[in-house]
Design a protein around this ligand. Sequence first.
Ligand code: NAX
Length: 331
Amino acid sequence: AKEPVRVLVTGAAGQIGYALVPMIARGVMLGPNQPVILHMLDIPPAAEALNGVKMELVDAAFPLLKGVVATTDVVEACTGVNLAIMVGGFPRKEGMERKDVMSKNVSIYKSQASALEKHAAANCKVLVVANPANTNALILKEFAPSIPERNITCLTRLDHNRALGQISERLNVQVSDVKNVIIWGNHSSTQYPDVSHATVKTHSGEKPVPELVADDGWLKGEFITIVQQRGAAIIKARKLSSALSAASSACDHIRDWVLGTPEGTWVSMGVYSDGSYNVPAGLIYSFPVTCRNGEWTIVQGLSIDEYSRKKLDLTAEELTEEKALAYSCLS
Ligand code: NAX
């Protein structure tokens, strides 16, 4: 039998946590033959709710679930984990300054980085979900210098999946036949959902999405804003932010990273920029990546036209500003 993988979920008593932990325990993230031990962390005010989630996990009798640690102690939560899904954070409340929210998250991610650095298993992979996701991941990277930078990522797969969904609806095709959209940049409204290289599988082979949609106005207008603003549209409809789609996309992100992307397919992940596509090095920026043997590689050589170039730069500028703001919170 396979050794169980220890998976940390922070903010596990929250909405995404509640959707995510049963998916992990069912094998959605790591496959149907991989036993797991869940480590769930939350803060003391949520301790009782967290214990309730643990009770439900026991009640669900998941065959793959070999143990549950539910704790408010960050060291206990991080000890021995192979994967860390960072969902916990400080939400922006009405009337709060951006700097104040940033400052709270910087201090959370700084201390959780140190705990992971000291106590996680060697080669632990990290996915940051909590907003500002890219910048929280960058802070985590800075304060966990012994964790390789290729092991620290943030979630833009939800945006990627939203783009696939919109193309599928527009063209009335199966979402599983659409591939190779790209989310560039920040998980924020400056992200650039790009379909220039996306294709749809048809009876007569793979066709480019721009050719099938044949409405440049829609692709450069409504499509982009729908994807960028989808989170706000969900809040308006549900009076709560995206949770099941975020949880499902987090599973997709880790599954593809660990088990590999299908031949000819790439996905979007927020990763540490090496300067590819002239994106400033040293930002956590969403790129198209392929994954093999547990490692991601940025897809190289895609053509970027002038229109796309501006959008790649705009979201990079926002991330550069966020980085400066985060650093100003450290001093
Ligand atoms: P909730 O407020 O329901 O849950 C957050 C949980 O984190 C709470 O239980 C809270 O007690 C806990 N928490 C706070 N500080 C903590 C700390 N220091 N250590 C451990 N736990 C802590 O939010 P939810 O809807 O679950 O969203 C979680 C995060 O995901 C938010 O930051 C949200 O903005 C972000 N999102 C990111 C998405 C992405 O695609 N990257 C999409 C969905 C979501 O909006």
